[in-house]
Design a protein around this ligand. Structure first.
Ligand code: HEC
Length: 161
């Protein structure tokens, strides 16, 4: 038997699967060493030369998130909340549920918030949306007044902070 196709002989422990004891193909070993070199160069560049990190990328993304003009002052009274309920019933029930209990979208009546539970945070989330998660950018659809009203309604439902 040639040296090349010698088997390792552990078929007994490996359900009959045999394995050759050949050296790895040169192209594969070359690629492997290239990967190691690339990782070292890339790692040095990422962390030290440009001082990047996933934490700072996250911070930049948060800072870059658009903020809307706050128009809450007039929009927190009982009338605004009542108007907000009708905006909610028309536009939001399908995903957040009739009792804000959640469904496709998260529960809006509990005290757990992904994007913050203050009135202005809620207003901002509604206005800007979270398009990548399926929450529309409601600002241009509803306009600032309805956004403020529906935010006041959501905020008044017990979970607001
Ligand atoms: C098509 C489904 C859909 C509709 C309609 C919808 N939402 Fe959402 N909403 C979502 C999803 C999904 C999320 C979760 C986003 C995330 O995971 O970041 C969300 C998140 C939110 C949040 C943030 C919750 C948190 O925990 O921070 C608020 C507030 C909210 N929606 C209010 C509204 C209001 C008010 C309306 C109606 C004007 C509305 N949503 C309509 C799907 C929807």
């Amino acid at each position: 038997m040639s040296d090349k196709d010698r088997v390792l002989g552990h078929a007994d422990e490996a359900d009959g699967i045999e394995e050759y004891d050949n050296s790895l193909p040169t192209w594969w070993v070359g690629l492997f060493y290239c990967c190691i070199v690339f990782a070292a160069v890339y790692g040095a560049d990422y962390h030290f030369l440009r001082s990047r990190s996933s934490a700072s990328e996250m911070e930049q993304a948060i800072v870059a998130r658009p903020k809307v003009e706050q128009t809450t002052a007039a929009a927190v009274g009982p009338e605004a909340i009542a108007a907000g309920k009708s905006v909610y019933d028309t536009n939001c029930v399908a995903c957040h549920g009739a009792a804000l209990e959640g469904g496709v979208g998260p529960n809006l009546a509990d005290t757990t918030w992904i994007h913050g539970g203050t009135l202005s945070a809620i207003q901002n989330t509604i206005s800007v949306g979270v398009p990548e998660k399926g929450m529309l950018t409601w600002g241009p659809i509803l306009g600032p007044e309805k956004v403020a009203q529906v935010a006041a309604f959501v905020h008044a439902q017990g979970g607001g902070q």
